[in-house]
Design a protein around this ligand. Structure first.
Ligand code: ADP
Ligand code: MG
Length: 441
């Protein structure tokens, strides 16, 4: 297949070397026989590349050829290496067995919405349970935060553990791998650690970008990876960036990461966003009308995690307020929580308060101890603190250059009145309203 340079040009290097190059092509009487390593590849190539392949082969053979695409499992580049000696029998059982699977029960394939943005990753993940064995090793899932990497690899693990022919599976975050390694090192149990991770059929390490700069962990993982790979065991990795963009990653590990299929996960398309919302709501027992789903989808951030956050807010608000779930309601809930705070100047407060008490601003600033004046001053100082968000010294300065401790005292005194006397509460509410309303008073 490498003899199709124009096809390479058309598809780009990465797709060509991933999908086309590994195909074994034989000339048959009436056309060509193409061999691929698994059903997954067969389907994928048929759907996406077969027409182009046929066109290019027609160019080579001069006539429109018949092209047969068949599965030959042992074509897989990770085909077992039969000359490998069997592992030596173990005499002592491992002292301590590190926990291998940390799975979220809801992260299943059933709960995963598939669409244009994640299809390659999904289909590749699904194919890992395929009897015809691994084709891409490692499978490297790459996508931004909150786009479903952890969900997808958990789904793989659930699937592998559920089947009758359970495959020994380890699925854990790279960070947990490191922590397990550290405690094995501390407790002098490295043999147990190595056995544990090298005896699995499938090793899934989530968030390998975490390994950046962790040299000791990288080194240990490199050996684990090689041991598994050499035995035809599957490795699945996820990362928020492609291997070449992970800083401080040893070159040898990087080239291992790049040695299989790198499948990108992109932010979901608008239709997927709606489907995800409906599915998530259904899991919580709510039938989400599509119109509402569309509103939420339009109003929330790009990642699935943000979508979920928006959905949770809308569902919680509708339960709390016992409101009908309609687009207008969703819209209202998702509007910025409160309008931007109106900044009120201390001077405006002084004016409003003095007007209310039929005093002058100078009275408020004075040192008069007349009861009415003292009360009005306390109210004005309290509002300067809460509405103008001014500091005690600033307020003190603006009330005739007092000591700031008098302001503290005044604010405390008013808070106490607030507790004891309902009329103070309604007075403050009225003044706040007046001061906050944009038209002013
Ligand atoms: P990542 O590991 O990429 O940061 P997660 O797998 O933790 O992202 O996904 C974040 C949330 O979004 C999870 O609750 C997950 O169930 C959900 N999610 C992501 N993609 C999908 C999808 N395609 N279908 C359904 N839920 C999804
Ligand atoms: Mg994750």
């Amino acid at each position: 297949m490498a003899a199709l340079p124009r096809l390479r040009q058309q598809l780009g290097d990465r797709s060509f070397s991933t999908w086309i190059e590994p195909i074994r092509c034989t000339k048959e009487e009436s056309g060509f026989r193409l061999e691929v390593g698994s059903r997954f590849v067969q389907e994928w190539v048929t759907r996406h590349y077969l027409a182009s392949i046929r066109d290019h082969l027609a160019g080579v053979s001069g006539a429109m050829p018949t092209v047969r695409l068949v599965v030959t499992p042992h074509l897989a580049p990770t085909a077992r290496t039969p000359e490998l000696p069997p592992p030596p029998p173990r005499l002592t059982p491992p002292v301590r067995r590190p926990k291998l699977n940390r799975l979220v029960p809801e992260y299943t394939f059933d709960n995963f919405v598939v669409g244009a943005s994640n299809e390659v990753a999904y289909r590749a993940a699904r194919s890992l349970g395929d009897v015809s064995g691994p084709q891409f090793n490692p499978l490297f899932l790459c996508g931004g935060v909150g786009l479903g990497k952890t969900h997808l690899v958990n789904a793989v693990a659930h699937e592998l553990l559920r089947r009758p022919a359970r495959r020994r599976t380890a699925c854990l975050p790279a960070e947990a791998f490191m922590n397990t390694l550290i405690s094995a090192l501390r407790q002098d149990q490295m043999n147990a650690f190595r056995d544990r991770f090298r005896q699995v059929d499938v090793l899934i390490l989530d968030d390998v970008h975490f390994l950046a700069g962790k040299e000791r962990t990288q080194e240990e993982f490199f050996h684990t990876f090689n041991a598994l790979h050499a035995n035809g065991k599957q490795v699945v990795l996820t990362s928020d960036k492609p291997p070449h963009a992970i800083a401080d990653l040893e070159q040898r590990l990087r080239s291992r990461f790049e040695g299989g299929l790198i499948a990108d996960i992109h932010p979901p398309t608008p239709e997927m966003r709606v489907a995800i919302l409906i599915k998530k709501a259904a899991r919580q027992g709510t039938e989400l009308p599509e119109t509402v789903a569309r509103t939420i989808a339009q109003r929330s951030g790009a990642t699935v995690r943000e979508l979920e956050g928006a959905l949770t807010r809308v569902l919680a608000a509708s339960t709390l307020r016992n409101a009908t779930l309609d687009p207008e309601f969703a819209e209202r809930v998702l509007l910025p929580l409160s309008p931007p705070p109106v900044i009120v100047a201390v001077e405006a407060i002084q004016e409003a308060v003095s007007r209310h008490f039929h005093l002058s601003v100078a009275d408020l600033k004075s040192y008069s101890r007349e009861r009415n004046v003292t009360y009005a001053r306390q109210v004005a100082m309290y509002l300067s603190r809460t509405l103008a968000d001014s500091s005690f010294p600033t307020i003190a300065e603006k009330f005739g250059g007092r000591d700031h401790s008098t302001v503290i005292h005044a604010v405390r005194a008013l808070e106490q009145k607030l507790d004891e006397d309902p009329s103070t509460g309604s007075l403050l509410t009225a003044l706040e309203h007046e001061l906050r309303s944009p038209s002013g008073a």
